[in-house]
Design a protein around this ligand. Structure first.
Ligand SMILES: [Zn+2]
Ligand SMILES: [Zn+2]
Length: 156
């Protein structure tokens, strides 16, 4: 069984090779006929279908190009319009730290604290002083500079 396969391949090869001169002769005849009468080229089915195929491909390409300009790619649409804001409650007994998701550039602080229910949630930042060591503290300014109300450290 295993030996039949290559043998058949060789047979096909010989068969194909035998067809080449015939095909070449046919092509030469066709070329000569077309030279005599160029309209014949359109009467050749293979040429006609190739032209149709090419036309369809160009149309399809054009359609996708138009569709592409009408609707921008999906990846370009979702822009970061919202952001996470860290909040610390300034209530002396609460000091709850939480995160809210709001529109980019949100400024309406203070917000409601979910723990003590008071409107004492102030926008937070991390204080990196030796005392706070990255603690979330209310964002406060003094003389235009950031000032930490917990440890009293100022920073640029
Ligand atoms: Zn609170
Ligand atoms: Zn601090």
């Amino acid at each position: 069984m295993a030996q039949e396969h290559p043998k058949r391949l060789v047979e096909w090869f010989h068969l194909l090779r035998g067809q080449i001169p015939v095909a070449r002769q046919r092509f030469r005849d066709w070329l000569a006929a077309v030279r005599e009468e160029p309209v014949l080229i359109w009467h050749t089915t293979a040429v006609r279908y190739a032209a149709y195929g090419l036309g369809a491909a160009v149309l399809l390409w054009g359609a996708t190009r138009v569709a592409g300009t009408l609707a921008p790619p999906a990846t370009a649409r979702p822009q970061a319009k919202t952001a996470d804001f860290h909040v610390v409650c300034t209530g002396l007994d609460c000091r709850h730290h939480f995160v809210i998701h709001r529109k980019f550039g949100y400024r309406k602080f203070p917000v409601d604290c979910p723990k003590c229910q008071n409107k004492t949630g102030a926008q937070a930042r991390r204080c990196n002083s030796a005392t706070c060591r990255g603690r979330w503290v209310p964002l406060e300014r003094q003389d235009g500079k950031l000032y930490c109300p917990v440890c009293g450290a100022g920073s640029e």
